[in-house]
Design a protein around this ligand. Structure first.
Ligand SMILES: *[C@@H]1O[C@H](CO)[C@@H](O)[C@H](O)[C@H]1NC(C)=O
Ligand SMILES: *[C@@H]1O[C@H](CO)[C@@H](O)[C@H](O)[C@H]1NC(C)=O
Ligand SMILES: *[C@@H]1O[C@H](CO)[C@@H](O)[C@H](O)[C@H]1NC(C)=O
Ligand SMILES: *[C@@H]1O[C@H](CO)[C@@H](O)[C@H](O)[C@H]1NC(C)=O
Ligand SMILES: *[C@@H]1O[C@H](CO)[C@@H](O)[C@H](O)[C@H]1NC(C)=O
Ligand SMILES: *[C@@H]1O[C@H](CO)[C@@H](O)[C@H](O)[C@H]1NC(C)=O
Ligand SMILES: *[C@@H]1O[C@H](CO)[C@@H](O)[C@H](O)[C@H]1NC(C)=O
Ligand SMILES: *[C@@H]1O[C@H](CO)[C@@H](O)[C@H](O)[C@H]1NC(C)=O
Length: 445
């Protein structure tokens, strides 16, 4: 009886105070991460009757699933590497969404998939490579990452703005005429990781190509001590009419891309760029607590934006191990943010639902896959391990031509699709764009 009362009291403490986290104790970190990831699986459709393996509940899109699996894979590798149930859940989910060409362009996502979406899935499967996650027998995680890279790089478009990737892959999705930092940043980031993993300088050349173009076109700007990374620009004015929003995940993937390149090349230029982006990333912290600076203060973050801190936190963790001179600054942020994030995870009927504003005491009443992912990856950033390479124990099999020889029709956008579906996609993207723009106007007001 006493036992039960004590148990009940402990449960109350947890519910009232969220997850308590001792950042110096691995067991405490993993216990918090387990609770948060359990909450994340609650959004998973793959185990529900009629649900699709690899997908999460609406309003989450296909790309959100790619982002989610990256965090769940890190949780598995750092905290629960012998749990075979967890391993197969992650394996099945990631493999099922590879698409018929094993390049993460599943044909039934052509209404929503942009270059950034494919790139975020590419990051998750590259993580599988770097964490030596069990490989599918016929298509290794590495070969599929190479297919993502090769198909993205083949879409490099010199016909407008002198280069760059468009936001969208398919002509019928609105946003096809927009070039942006997240799509190009994904190519930069994947090129950096492949270069380091395989020790192949061709990928460094691609990373340089992307960096130079983004800098040249004005998506990245140095102003004295300040370094700014903007959202993107429409091709109509030769990419000169910039959309000036700034998002944490874009900073994160560019920063960690530079860190991979510095670790691989030892070239000081990548250290300087890492440092510039690191300093600039300070704007996403208030009193060392991470927040989505562009939309959080006005309470206007949409479902996607509420997940951005997950990729940002993952990127910071990677940067801190790849470029050790950044570790002190990053620990300062992650130590405080992880405790703040964990204590927000006291909501919902499950008592492990994480909130959005980590600066308030307890759960703020906001919930979703994005909140859960962001808290999970911020906590896991405390445990980031050095990513493997082919020469330090990675075993995934390379295929440099993956994705180039499948004869798929993706690059020429020849997939047949009914006009009605096309119109639907246009409207959907237009609505999303409208919401983003409206949020922007609101912010400016
Ligand atoms: C193994 O993973 C599954 C799926 O996430 C989870 O339900 C289970 O609690 C885990 N087992 C242990 C011992 O942590
Ligand atoms: C899309 O394709 C996958 C894989 O072929 C399939 O399992 C799924 O049911 C399809 N539909 C959706 C909505 O993902
Ligand atoms: C695009 O421009 C780059 C850099 O100038 C060049 O290396 C590449 O071959 C061009 N690609 C195409 C398809 O024209
Ligand atoms: C268009 O932008 C590119 C990249 O910034 C620049 O190199 C080129 O000169 C511009 N072309 C025109 C016609 O302004
Ligand atoms: C930063 O935190 C302080 C203290 O909690 C708060 O008053 C302020 O509004 C926050 N600033 C932003 C931009 O959220
Ligand atoms: C970074 O690593 C190098 C080489 O291992 C070491 O000499 C240096 O002291 C480390 N720097 C920091 C800040 O930890
Ligand atoms: C990687 O996985 C393979 C196959 O499961 C295994 O044989 C190998 O020991 C693992 N390597 C490391 C460094 O964990
Ligand atoms: C390096 O990567 C490039 C691009 O995928 C590929 O064409 C080339 O064959 C690779 N080189 C080696 C030695 O594997």
């Amino acid at each position: 009886m006493l036992h039960l009362i004590v148990y009940f009291l402990i449960q109350c403490l947890i519910v009232v105070n969220g997850l308590s986290l001792d950042i110096n104790d691995r067991d405490s970190i993993c216990a918090a991460a387990k609770a948060i990831s359990d909450g994340e699986w609650n959004y998973y459709e793959g185990l529900k009757y009629g649900g699709v393996v690899g997908m999460f509940a609406a309003p989450n899109y296909w790309w959100n699933a790619g982002e989610a699996f990256g965090g769940l894979l890190d949780y598995f590798s750092y905290c629960d590497p012998t749990n075979e149930t967890l391993e197969s859940l992650i394996y099945d989910g990631m493999y099922h969404q590879a698409g018929a060409g094993f390049n993460y362009i599943p044909s039934n996502q052509s209404m929503t998939e942009g270059n950034d979406d494919q790139g975020v899935w590419g990051m998750a499967i590259m993580q599988a490579v770097e964490r030596n996650f069990t490989n599918p027998p016929d298509h290794s995680w590495l070969s599929m990452t190479q297919a993502v890279y090769n198909t993205m790089n083949a879409r490099w478009d010199n016909t407008t703005c002198d280069g760059g990737l468009r936001w969208q892959i398919f002509t019928w999705n609105s946003g096809y005429d927009y070039k942006n930092s997240i799509a190009n940043g994904c190519l930069f980031h994947l090129a950096a990781r492949l270069a380091r993993y395989l020790g192949n300088d061709t990928y460094v050349e691609t990373a340089e190509k992307v960096w130079d173009w983004m800098y040249g076109v004005g998506f990245m700007v140095s102003k004295g001590d300040e370094f700014i990374l903007y959202d993107g620009a429409d091709i109509s004015a030769n990419c000169t009419d910039l959309t000036t929003y700034q998002w944490s995940y874009t900073y994160g993937i560019m920063l960690s891309g530079c860190a991979y390149l510095y670790d691989y090349t030892g070239d000081d230029v990548w250290l300087e760029r890492s440092n510039d982006l690191l300093t600039a990333s300070g704007q996403f912290f208030n009193n060392s607590i991470m927040y989505e600076m562009q939309c959080a203060p006005s309470n206007n973050c949409n479902n996607d934006q509420r997940s951005f801190r997950s990729l940002f936190a993952r990127s910071l963790g990677l940067t801190s191990v790849l470029v050790n001179s950044t570790a002190e600054t990053i620990s300062g942020w992650i130590d405080t943010s992880s405790v703040a994030a964990a204590q927000s995870c006291s909501g919902g009927s499950d008592g492990i639902t994480c909130g959005f504003n980590w600066a308030v005491n307890g759960w703020d009443g906001v919930y979703g896959l994005g909140e859960q992912q962001s808290a999970l990856e911020t906590v896991l950033a405390l445990l980031t391990e050095m990513p493997l390479t082919a020469s330090t124990g990675g075993t995934s099999i390379s295929d440099v031509n993956a994705g180039l020889n499948t004869g798929d029709t993706i690059n020429t956008n020849l997939i047949t699709i009914s006009t009605r579906d096309k119109a639907g996609a246009g409207v959907l993207t237009a609505v999303v764009l409208g919401v983003i723009l409206a949020a922007g106007v609101w912010m400016v007001l």
